[in-house]
Design a protein around this ligand. Structure first.
Ligand code: FES
Length: 653
């Protein structure tokens, strides 16, 4: 007779196993995600399953009573002590006796799918570098003069097949107390390097811990530092938070920070200490928000541009300010929190910094590539991460090119007369009536919509404080559509445009969007200088994209993805009217959300993704915009709105 058939749901995985096989063993052999921290000792209860009985025509089986073994002593003891939910069994104790259908509830699935990207529904399997392991350690014996650590290592080898385990010196003084307190049982958090080899214990608890362990995915940008706190067991984001990068006081953009370091001896140290302090503050804040203790944070992944990368690591970024833009290292880095003075999270927390692509194309671009996978795309994708610096990737299955382009902070609302960050009170979207030249807009944090399309006639509104990046892009594009601005970017006078909203301001004109002064608010205008700033920023972005297209010898891309916290909010149509992105059918422009942040979360949750991004980065062709003559040419032509020479046929359709 055949061995019993075991079918797991929801995965649908099935196989035949000899009578007496524990369900946990069958699950492991079939690659079914069934959790276990205690290694099948009936202590952790992570392996809970729900057997189903009756007829299952869909699966072609009938499950009879007795298809699983009766409760054994261990299961009984667990149920008496802590209670098992109705219908549940411990997968490590129940054994297969006949054909059976077994459901694995979500709480018991360790490899639960977690990271969902905005654009598509790609899901990332949980395979974190840091996991908890429970072991029973041999008590010391007068005749066996080995140390507690040595016996712990033997237990990890015997019970979990873990080799080459190390314990940092800082934990050694606690080891003996923890082992005795736990009655010779202990849970350790063990960090595995993605390169194999050593595995380090980074935290430990007496007995079987109920403690959860967490990781941080940090996108360290020039303007903002954004962090996600993730549960390392299931990848769930427990809290997200961000702070301004305090280095802004040393310079708005990257190059001004590099020059600050060049001009001021010790300037790099000041910036390093400022950013580390900010990360410590952010760690504290995010832990409080999630209601956890910061020492439960055992891992952190960073993505950042090369200058931020160097300053985080305490490396003077001066080499990045001059050709040939040499990085101190382009490889990924595995460090401990202590090395970076990140002393709010667990002191042994492990840090992983994604590799940089080139001197100007950082780990943030690598993270975007990991998240958006242009290297797996059938069609030619242009991915633009819009920020103070734009990271641009162009590619498909046959190869990927990357560059970065210095757009400056205008897209983030900086250096714009009424500019502000995307926060409550900021105008984020705008429409200008082509006939009356009157604007209507949408303000962040304002629930009051008067029009069906969500835009209101704002004259009566108060509390408007400025205009953010997506707002200014739309404003300039709408001004162009309404004929208030000519292709060169010049704002017309009141006579030329027929609206008193165009006001003379010295020798140029500006367009009044909102006069809040009566209510004590600011007067919000788009000045000629604002338009110039946007022209510079968009030309830099377009020229970068064009340069990659030249290298690839194409004059069209199949699709465009706008990424970045801000990129996700840009209207595709307005970006194209401005000539910020190349011509493509509008429905082929999508948003990738915060792709760099998503890439950081992927690398946090999946150790294999770290190997993947390291390989991918080596295969990417790097283009250095600063030394490409063509870049300057593209930049100058892109100054016109939408462009001096390139046609934008899609805009006409
Ligand atoms: Fe821990 Fe079953 S594996 S109780």
């Amino acid at each position: 007779t055949q061995d019993p058939l075991v079918i797991f749901t929801p995965s649908g995985k099935r196989g035949r196993f000899p009578v007496g096989t524990p369900v946990l063993t069958a699950a492991r052999q079939l690659g079914v995600d069934l959790d276990s921290v205690c290694g099948g000792r009936g202590i952790c209860s992570k392996c809970q399953i729900t057997p189903s009985y009756g007829d299952f025509p869909k699966h072609g089986v009938t499950v009879e009573d007795g298809a699983l073994s009766e409760w054994n002593k261990v299961e009984q003891r667990y149920d008496d002590k802590r209670g098992l939910k109705e219908g549940r069994r411990l997968g490590c104790q129940a054994t297969v006796q006949g054909d059976i259908v077994i459901d694995v509830p979500p709480e018991s699935q360790v490899h639960k799918q977690v990271v969902r990207k905005a654009a598509s529904a790609r899901v990332i399997e949980m395979d974190p570098a840091t996991r908890l392991y429970y072991v029973e350690v041999q008590e010391p014996d007068m005749h066996e003069p080995t140390g507690d650590l040595e016996r712990l290592k033997i237990a990890l080898k015997e019970q979990w097949d873990l080799d080459q385990v190390t314990l940092p010196q800082s934990l050694l003084p606690r080891l003996q107390t923890v082992l005795r307190k736990g009655g010779w049982t202990i849970t350790v958090a063990l960090h595995k390097s993605h390169e194999g080899g050593e595995q380090q214990i980074i935290e430990m608890w007496p007995g079987l811990t109920e403690e959860r362990i967490y990781g941080l995915a940090i996108d360290l940008g020039s303007t903002t530092i954004a962090a996600h706190l993730c549960d390392l067991r299931n990848g769930q984001v427990k809290a997200s938070s961000g702070v301004m990068n305090p280095q802004i006081r040393f310079g708005e953009d990257l190059m001004s920070r590099v020059s600050y370091s060049m001009m001021n001896p010790g300037g790099d140290k000041e910036m390093t200490s400022a950013v580390r302090t900010a990360i410590n503050g952010l760690t504290e804040a995010i832990a409080t928000e999630a209601g956890i203790r910061p020492f439960q944070i055992l891992e952190t992944v960073f993505v950042c541009n090369p200058v931020m990368h160097h300053l985080l690591l305490g490396i003077d970024p001066v080499e990045l300010g001059q050709a040939p833009f040499a990085l101190a290292t382009s490889q990924s880095l595995s460090l401990s929190a202590r090395d970076l003075e990140l002393n709010v999270m667990n002191e042994n927390a492990q840090i992983y910094i994604l590799p940089c692509i080139a001197g100007h194309v950082g780990a943030d671009a690598a993270a975007v590539a990991l998240s958006e996978e242009p290297n797996k795309s059938d069609d030619l994708a242009l991915i633009v991460d819009v920020g103070t610096n734009a990271e641009i990737l162009l590619g498909d299955k046959s190869g990927v090119l990357a560059c970065s382009s210095p757009t400056g902070p205008a897209f983030e609302g900086a250096q714009i007369s009424s500019g502000q960050r995307a926060a409550p009170g900021a105008i984020e979207a705008i429409r200008i009536d082509p006939v009356t030249k009157e604007p209507r807009f949408r303000v962040i944090g304002c629930e009051k919509w008067s029009d069906e399309d969500g835009f209101w006639d704002l004259t009566a509104q108060t509390g408007i404080t400025g205009i953010c990046g997506s707002g200014i892009i739309e404003a300039v594009a709408e001004m162009r559509i309404a004929g208030l601005v000519d292709p060169k970017g010049l704002i017309g006078s009141a006579e030329q445009t027929g609206t008193p909203r165009c006001e003379a301001e010295g020798r140029t004109n500006s367009y009044l969007i909102h006069d809040g002064t009566e209510d004590g608010g600011p007067r919000i205008t788009v000045t000629q200088q604002d338009i110039r700033e946007i022209q510079l920023a968009k030309s830099a972005l377009y020229a970068g994209a064009r340069l990659l297209m030249d290298k690839r010898e194409v004059d069209k891309v199949d699709r465009i993805l706008l990424a970045g916290a801000f990129g996700a909010h840009i209207s595709a149509l307005h970006a194209m009217v401005l000539g910020m992105i190349p011509d493509v059918p509008i429905d082929k422009v999508g948003s990738a959300g915060n792709a760099a942040g998503t890439g950081a979360r992927i690398a946090l949750c999946n150790i294999g993704a770290r190997r993947e991004v390291e390989t991918l980065v080596r295969q990417i062709t790097k283009i250095e915009t600063a030394i490409e003559e063509k870049f300057q040419e593209h930049f100058v032509n892109a100054n016109a709105i939408p462009h001096a020479t390139d046609p934008f046929p899609e805009l006409l359709t």
